[in-house]
Design a protein around this ligand. Structure first.
Ligand code: MG
Length: 339
């Protein structure tokens, strides 16, 4: 098999800001695997500097993975994944592009959508939330109004204006389910004060109140929190999960962190074995990345897969969202086409 890639620059409808910064331009990498008979599969890498990747590291790493695929059989998922893991630690988004493309190819060969390959019922997928990034008051109000069709909003906090942000959003969306993501922006003491306030506003859960290295702080907060705590930056791969027992109530899986659908399936199993809730999130992504995650959505308690919905223009067509409800393509493989 041949592994090729293309860097794609994405623009968001609005600048998208979280606790540690933001922007309106994102570079992603679309990987294509071509088998000997010309059949192809596509996968997306959504690199994040926070996890040590960029649109410069991903192509370099993919070039090093290419010989592994050159020698491999298209069905040898296990061998390909373990060879990539032996070659490079981390680099989850580059690995995810390869593994996702292999699944796309396999689904096409078998003539089934990925959810069928995984034995899942697309109707079991939970509603997905829509994310409201950090913004000044007028823009916040406009963003909430633009998200009118979504019954679930995920609110980005971890700023100096958190109390104002949540008040404004609650005013604009009095009846919606609100979830909060602090993106590691709080201290333990401040987290408890904020969570008490968020509970009054009827928030459903809080994602990553503290930096991931502060495990004992997270445990301290979780022990005292009236709201469930979900770990995102604290949880990259399945082997992180046992150490988070008692520290979080659930985990947020992202393909870009974990290395692809195969590891995501392991994470679901390990989280369930530890009696944790399972959420899946995303980066700013095209419909290639989002659709890969959407095929796994029937396994989730919470979905936050709005990455393509935030784009000004999506170069691909795949899973769509109406009123928070996913429509997952039933074509073979990912079921994604060029827009
Ligand atoms: Mg998060």
């Amino acid at each position: 098999m041949k592994l090729t890639h293309e860097i794609v620059t994405l623009g968001t409808k609005h600048a998208f800001t979280i606790a540690r910064g933001g922007g309106s331009e994102y570079r992603v990498v679309i990987a294509t695997i071509t088998d000997r008979d010309g059949m192809t599969g596509v996968g997306e890498a959504n690199p994040s500097r926070f996890y040590g990747e960029s649109a410069d590291t991903v192509p370099a790493v993919l070039n090093q993975f290419a010989p592994i695929l050159e020698r491999a059989d298209a069905w040898s998922f296990d061998a390909i994944e373990s060879e990539m893991n032996k070659m490079w630690r981390g680099n989850g988004s580059a690995k995810s592009a390869v593994m996702s493309a292999l699944y796309d190819l396999a689904g096409k060969r078998l003539g089934v959508p990925l959810y069928k390959l995984w034995g899942l019922d697309p109707a079991a997928a939970p509603l997905t939330s829509f994310t409201i990034g950090v913004a000044p008051e007028e823009e916040l109000r406009r963003k909430v109004q633009e998200a009118a069709e979504y019954p679930l909003l995920k609110v980005k906090l971890g700023t100096l204006n958190d109390e104002d942000i949540i008040r404004i959003i609650r005013e604009e969306a009095p009846d919606k389910t609100l979830r909060v993501d602090a993106n590691a922006g709080w201290t333990p003491k401040h987290a408890l004060d904020m969570i008490a306030l968020l509970a009054e506003y009827g928030v459903e859960f809080v994602e990553q109140p503290l930096p991931p290295e502060n495990v004992e702080g997270m445990r301290f907060v979780r022990d005292r929190s009236p709201l469930p705590i979900i770990g995102d930056e604290s949880c990259l791969v399945s082997s992180d999960i046992p150490g988070l027992q008692g520290v979080v109530d659930g985990i947020n899986i992202k393909l870009a962190k974990c290395g692809g659908p195969r590891e995501a399936l392991r994470m679901v199993a390990v989280a369930r074995a530890h009696d944790m809730r399972v959420m899946m999130g995303c980066m700013i992504e095209t419909s290639v990345g989002i659709t890969t995650a959407a095929h796994l959505a029937p396994l989730l308690d919470y979905a936050d897969l709005d990455g393509a919905a935030l784009l000004a223009a999506d170069p691909y067509r795949g899973a769509t969202i109406h009123g928070g409800v996913f429509s997952i393509p039933s074509g073979p493989g990912l079921g994604v086409t060029k827009a």
